[in-house]
Design a protein around this ligand. Sequence first.
Ligand code: KG4
Ligand code: ZN
Length: 340
Amino acid sequence: MLILGIETSCDETAAAVLKDGRHILSNVVASQTIHERYGGVVPEHASRAHMTAIVPVVRKALGDAGTREDAIEGIAVTNRPGLVGCLLVGVSFGKALAYALSVPIVGVDHIEGHLFAVRLTDPEMRLPAVCLVVSGGHTELVRIEAWGRYETVGRTRDDAAGEAFDKIGKLLGLPYPAGPVIERTARGGDPAAFSFPRAMMEPGQFDMSFSGLKTAVRYKVEERGDLPEGAALSDILASVQAAIVDVLVEKTLRAAEAHGVATVCVAGGVAANGPLRSRLAEEAAGAGLSVVIPPKELCTDNGAVIAAVGDFLLSKGRNDGFALSASASREEARAGRYSS
Ligand code: KG4
Ligand code: ZN
């Protein structure tokens, strides 16, 4: 089955063509740069930029895959959660295309999309597993019982880890999104230069909190009286990164142990972070767990993972049809247990 996946929930316009649920024929991502100067995503700018980008991005995805649109057998589009004006661009475009091609369309949960990066990476991985989903909007520990059946076993009580990277970056004068810039600038810095807080580390606790870290960095900057540069900046950033990575890795391993799973995995934009990837791989191996870490391009927002969920849902016979709408929130996840 040839599926077109579309993702427009935040500041990436993305489209991909996936064959038989596994083979990525194309994966095109257009990242909006307009938000750099504002230090965060401006929703109105984002939806307008999606409108400009959606047609060329989908055309390129079809072209890169060497396929024509009439070969597409189903469409998958992120319809929740996210910025509603942004989601609506993808959903409206997807519905129009589904109508024109007379093919089914399914709405995909963005977080389930991130989870499917793991399935695309290792379709035979052993379940149940605990997955750390860590992005700009979400930080959750999800127990994957089976594909389509999930339970949230821990989550941030305040900022998402990516949001913490971005807000701390803004505080230090770095452009948005700051996560990748922090990783680069932290290289060569001393991760032990500052002992920033690691919150909520009590045993049996799988929730997380990152807002105290942001406050601690703000106090450090105020104490100095100016923005750090050079080696001082590298030291602060290496220490911030170490604090975030420590919490994420520790919580993931503890949740795996408490929930009796043999596999851990990671997904979402922050999973592109090198130190997080290497620490998780090392510590999971040390604890005798198998670990799945998707390639970086499948961790950040993209259409291939959305198409992968779409293939899964469409092959079960689901078709949301033209009643499909977009939603900023994610009702299903509220109760903790959910399924696609
Ligand atoms: O999953 P994603 O592309 O979009 C959301 O669903 O939020 O994640 C974007 C987030 C941003 O907060 C960005 O700063 C962070 O992922 N990020 C990183 C890295 N690459 C992206 N954070 C730390 N290190 C990175 N290398
Ligand atoms: Zn995302």
